[in-house]
Ligand binder design. Structure first.
Ligand SMILES: [Ca+2]
Length: 262
């Protein structure tokens, strides 16, 4: 798909129709909540005033729509990344949000046959899918093989505080472990790992009743980061992630680890 022309100031008639453009956003495996509102337009002194011109374009002119995400979620740079767009009704479109946590911006460009281009944007926040049940790990004591002592608090407790804005980060290295003490032997059936960019590609989920003898209840390989939702039947006072292969050259970093009983 070709990129749109450099957005030119659209004709007033076209701008009015673009202002009415509405975006409805769906996402395949993550959940969206809208953030903020579209920016308010500045006062336009010519708005609504009588206007004449030598001619007007064909009012039946078809409009082509193309959509892009800000590429920040891919490369941190902030270019335009084309994304498929489905028109569901006049002026309504569906796009699939990135499977990556964060606030992302989507642009819809509309171009008529005369080269007039208008653009409408929406910001959206991608959050992990909700999990049913009780998070047994929430607020429980957590420890790890290491944590990054620089630039803030990246201690293990940050990954079980229920806050997606805080995280545990290990020091850089090929392996690490992270464990949480549930307080007593508990049964669980689901884990949700919410990774920061420094994700674990391969790891074992282990349990222990005494903190020294461990049983592996799940082995994950080939993970791609983002959110790992894992159905696993386990029981123990301690739940540990034995992180054996990292997805980047950094260490390991989790926004949250949830251990759920449903
Ligand atoms: Ca957190």
């Amino acid at each position: 798909m070709r990129p749109p022309h450099t957005p030119a100031r659209p004709r007033r008639s076209r701008r009015r129709s673009l202002t009415a453009l509405a975006l409805s956003l769906l996402v395949a495996s993550a959940t969206l909540v809208p953030v903020g509102a579209a920016e308010a337009a500045p006062t336009l002194l010519s708005q609504g005033k009588p206007a004449t011109a030598s001619s007007v374009e064909n009012p039946g002119d078809p409009i082509n729509y193309v959509a892009f995400f800000n590429s920040k979620y891919i490369d941190g740079a902030g270019g335009l990344a084309w994304t498929a767009l489905t028109q569901t009704a006049p002026g309504k479109f569906t796009v699939t949000a990135p499977e990556r946590l964060g606030v992302w911006k989507v642009y819809v460009f509309a171009e008529d046959g005369q080269g007039n281009v208008g653009v409408e944007t929406r910001s959206l926040r991608v959050v992990p899918p909700a999990v049913q049940g009780t998070n047994l790990a929430l607020g429980k004591p957590a420890t790890a093989s290491s944590f990054d002592p620089w630039n803030g608090d990246y201690s293990a407790a940050r990954a079980v505080d229920g806050d997606l804005g805080t995280r545990w980060a290990s020091q850089w290295g090929p392996t690490a472990w992270f464990q949480v003490d549930l307080g007593s032997v508990r049964s669980f059936d689901h884990l949700q790992l919410v990774w920061e960019a420094a994700y674990g590609k391969s790891y074992e989920v282990q349990t222990s009743d005494d903190g020294s003898t461990w049983s592996t209840v799940k082995t994950v390989t080939g993970g791609n980061g983002g959110v790992d939702d894992i159905d696993v039947a386990g029981s123990g006072r301690y739940v540990r992630l034995n992180l054996t292969e990292r997805g980047t050259e950094w260490g390991y970093s989790l926004f949250e680890l949830g251990v759920y009983a449903r």
